[in-house]
Ligand binder design. Structure first.
Ligand code: HEC
Length: 126
C-alpha cells in the first residue's frame, strides 16, 4: 500500500510539474541581430522649388509631395516619367522642364486647377 501511494504522489508531482512547464512561455527565439546603422537618409526631394508655374510658388513641401505622389499613383508612372531623375531618385533635377511629359502634365494640371476654381453650375459673371 505504501508503495502504491508513493507512486501515486510521484505521478501527481510529475503531472503538475509537466503542467507548470507547459505554462511557461515558449523559449524565446534568438534575439534578432541589431539593426544595422543606416547611412544618413537624405531627403530626395528638395525643400524649395524653383520652377513652379501652375502650383503656388510658396506651396509647402508636404503638399507638393502629396500632389506628386497622387499624380504618380493615378498615372501609374514613376517620378522619372516626368522628371529628369533616376528611378531611385538618388539623382534628380525636379525643376528641369526637359521632359515633354512634364510639360504636358503641367498643361493638364493647369486645366484641372482652372476647372476647380469655377464651381460647376455657377452663374456666369454679369
Ligand atoms: C505626370 C507627370 C509627373 C509625375 C509622374 C511627377 N511629377 Fe513632379 N511635377 C510635375 C509637374 C508638371 C511639375 C511642375 C508643376 C508647376 O509648374 O507648378 C512638377 C513639379 C515637381 C517638383 C518641383 C520642382 C521645382 O523646383 O519646381 C518636385 C520637387 C516634384 N515635382 C517632385 C515629384 C516627385 C517626387 C514625383 C514622384 C513621386 C513626381 N514629381 C512625379 C509632373 C510630374
Amino acid at each position: 500500500m505504501r508503495i502504491k501511494r508513493a507512486v501515486a504522489i510521484t505521478a501527481l508531482a510529475a503531472a503538475s510539474l509537466a503542467a507548470a512547464q507547459a505554462q511557461q512561455p515558449a523559449p524565446q527565439n534568438p534575439p534578432a541581430s541589431p539593426p544595422k546603422p543606416q547611412p544618413q537618409q537624405r531627403s530626395l526631394v528638395p525643400d524649395t522649388f524653383t520652377n513652379l508655374l501652375v502650383l503656388p510658388k510658396d506651396i509647402a513641401k508636404v503638399d507638393l509631395v502629396r500632389i506628386m505622389k497622387s499624380i504618380s499613383m493615378t498615372t501609374e508612372r514613376r517620378c522619372s516619367f516626368c522628371h529628369v531623375a533616376t528611378d531611385d531618385l538618388s539623382q534628380a533635377d525636379f525643376a528641369s522642364d526637359e521632359k515633354e511629359t512634364k510639360r504636358k502634365a503641367r498643361e493638364l494640371l493647369q486645366f484641372i486647377l482652372e476647372t476647380q476654381k469655377k464651381p460647376a453650375g455657377a452663374p456666369a459673371a454679369p
